[in-house]
Design a binder for this molecule. Structure first.
Ligand SMILES: [Zn+2]
Length: 124
């Protein structure tokens, strides 16, 4: 991206409610903005950036991000199974519902892991 485009993009984000931060992108050195969601964003890489203090924290953040991805996949599967229910007979439904119940269980557990992790970081 052209430097002036990056500056324009940052200005746009700030107008939309994002805040400039004293941090820079580890990949390209561009000033990071904090989005309204609380995430740090690099307008040049067009990626959210996670700042960490230690290796351990980096690993933990990475795990949370990966778990979030798994959670999204599980969620999609639940929706998919839900949509398929309509076409099924009552006896076919049993297996489907069993799978859905299992997926919902996993989804709930993944959600719990995520909220525990964000609570932990809010406390420190
Ligand atoms: Zn960057």
């Amino acid at each position: 991206m052209e430097r002036s485009d990056v500056v324009k993009k940052i200005a746009q984000l700030v107008r939309a409610g994002a805040a400039l931060t004293p941090y820079t992108c580890p990949a390209c050195g561009t000033v990071l903005v904090r989005l309204k969601t609380g995430e740090l964003y690099c307008a040049n890489c067009e990626k959210t950036v996670v700042l960490v203090k230690t290796e351990e924290e980096a690993q933990e953040k990475l795990e949370v991000i990966q778990l979030r991805e798994v959670r999204r996949i599980v969620f999609d599967k639940i929706l998919q199974l839900g949509r398929e229910l309509e076409k099924l007979s009552a006896s076919e439904m049993v297996d489907h519902l069993r799978s859905m119940s299992l997926l919902l269980d996993i989804y709930e557990r993944l959600s719990r892991v995520q909220s525990e992790s964000s609570r932990r970081h809010a406390a420190t």
